[in-house]
Design a protein around this ligand. Structure first.
Ligand code: ADP
Length: 284
């Protein structure tokens, strides 16, 4: 037909692995509009394709995750409304409003967390994440966070070690977000136990580290680099077991990089993982 051609196709490489390619061809014509030749190109787009698939999966997951708490909130609100109606009829019924309101609150918090993560993602993508730096006591901050987490999850056992006392100049909320992400992941990916070790220590003269160690499912060596990618989640038969969107570590990494710091992971499949971030002691 002489029309421009554009198609996505899978080609096999020497090893026999299929890789997505984008094939394009454009006809070159002479003065009489007769095709004399074709210019064509074939470009490997495997990485883009994988990213696209992850994005689609992410959207599916988000819609699903948004729907669950909203449905549950709706259910509890309807229940409370019908109980209140009955109360008006029979004045003295003892209505269990508090536990239902607590459940609604938990679900609303889940929604807020999800929405905030998505907003952060958009901010990073548009390079709009600003840091609000202040001087604060990192040990105290870690302590407060651990206290908050143990207050809401009574069954967890977080062992906190201070090997140094340090002040930093950093964005307190953002650093807190990274610590919370490390600890909640450590708990989430430890289905058999609830023990987590958190250590604050000095790294040379100029740096301070916070590490979070768990004794959970661990991560395969080949996956370690990838878990910092947007929307990346280690896929396995248990993928559906752990809820999440695969953006927490991506955000954490971006935050730490913006503080001129680094994240390290040490992990053994089936044994557990240790996530560490290091930031300069005196950022100005
Ligand atoms: P998610 O919301 O999926 O937990 P994250 O970005 O926080 O997203 O983590 C990305 C992936 O890294 C997780 O889906 C999980 O497969 C893996 N991961 C993160 N932390 C741990 C950990 N402590 N132990 C085992 N796997 C982990």
């Amino acid at each position: 037909t002489g029309e421009d051609l554009e198609l996505e196709l899978r080609l096999f490489d020497k090893k026999g692995d299929a890789k997505w390619h984008l094939g394009r061809a454009i006809a070159i014509r002479d003065e009489d509009n007769v095709i004399t030749s074709w210019v064509s190109s074939v470009t490997e787009i495997q990485k883009l394709k994988e990213e696209e698939e992850r994005k689609e999966g992410f959207l599916k997951l988000v819609s699903h995750e948004l729907k669950t708490p909203v449905t549950s909130i709706k259910g509890y609100v309807q229940l409370l409304l019908s109980l209140l109606e009955r109360e008006q009829e029979r004045e003295k019924d003892n209505i269990p409003i508090k536990p239902y309101l607590n459940r609604i609150e938990t679900q609303v918090e889940r929604l807020i967390r999800l929405i905030s993560e998505m907003l952060d993602l958009a901010r990073i993508e548009q390079n709009e994440m600003e840091l609000r730096k202040e001087r604060f006591d990192l040990n105290k901050h870690v302590e407060d966070i651990v206290e908050d987490i143990t207050y809401t999850n009574k069954e967890v056992e977080i062992d906190l070690n201070h090997l140094c006392e340090c002040e930093v100049v950093a964005d307190k909320d953002r650093i807190g977000q990274v610590i919370i992400n490390f600890i909640t992941n450590a708990l989430k990916y430890s289905p058999e136990g609830n023990k987590v070790d958190v250590t604050v220590y000095q790294d040379g003269d100029e740096k301070v580290s916070v590490s979070v160690k768990d004794y959970g499912i661990g991560i395969e060596k080949k996956e370690i680099k990838k878990i910092f990618n947007r929307f990346y989640r280690v896929s396995s038969k248990s993928e559906g077991t752990y809820s999440g969107f695969g953006i927490g570590l991506y955000l954490s990494n971006e935050i730490i990089q913006r503080h001129n710091g680094k994240i390290f992971v040490d992990s053994e499949l089936g044994e557990g993982s240790e996530f560490t971030f290091t930031i300069p002691l005196n950022l100005n």
